[in-house]
Design a protein around this ligand. Sequence first.
Ligand code: UDP
Length: 271
Amino acid sequence: MLIAEGDVSVRTPCIPRAINVAGVPVVPFESYEHALACIEATVAAREKTFWVAINPQKCFRAWHEGGLLDLLNRADVGICDGVGVSIAARILHGQGIKRCTGCDLFLRIVPHAAKKGWGVFLLGASPESNAEACAKLQEAYPDLRIVGHQDGYFKDSAQVVSHINSSGADLLFVAMGSPTQEYWIAEHREKINAPFCMGVGGSFDVVSGTIRRAPAIFRRTGTEWLFQLVTEPHKRFRRQTVYVPFMLRVLSKRLVGSVGASQWTTKPARQ
Ligand code: UDP
């Protein structure tokens, strides 16, 4: 058990049932506002949840790494981070999933947290990027309560968990890259008191300006991968070679008719 017992879609009625994308559960939020409303409900209920951004790279790795597949099935909410996941859902079940990327959701949660007075803890990225992200967010949202922060190159996890808990954080964002951040959250979730935990990859680097985000036109059309491939070919090429085998596997599942139920009846690994 990673989080708590029971099916999150039963415990938290506003969270829609996840769609099965070749073995990985992905929640079909209608919009970012919908996801925010669910976060608000779970935080208000002090319900511990673990949110994971699902993209083709993570699915593909999970298909070859049992521990990661198990983790993604045990997490409370998988969001549709990658356009490939949305396309896969359409191929498999005739129903696409609206995108709700980790970075965009993070950038929407922060002002909401400022309004609600939620305490936020930022864990991850280099010391410089982490500090700069905190400073930029504080400047943009003066009411934001950043109750703690820590770079992602620490040795003593127990000490970090204790720091998070003593900060009284309501929201914990972990930006240590995937799937390192997901494994870290999963390993420590039970001990972390913050109701909301989510892995946000390179989002602190985006806020600090360490990396450049794809312009809006690429984000709107789901072609950030193209922008990244052109601007960071060395870093991105290997990651993006996954798209072809990812799609081939999805298509082969569709063709042989072994797509599984479109929706989980209960979250399988949460008993
Ligand atoms: N990182 C970290 N600790 C580590 C390894 C990486 O904090 O042990 C940080 C790194 O500094 C960067 C982020 O994790 O800020 C990785 O971002 P990337 O874009 O690679 O993540 P993705 O979005 O692909 O998961």
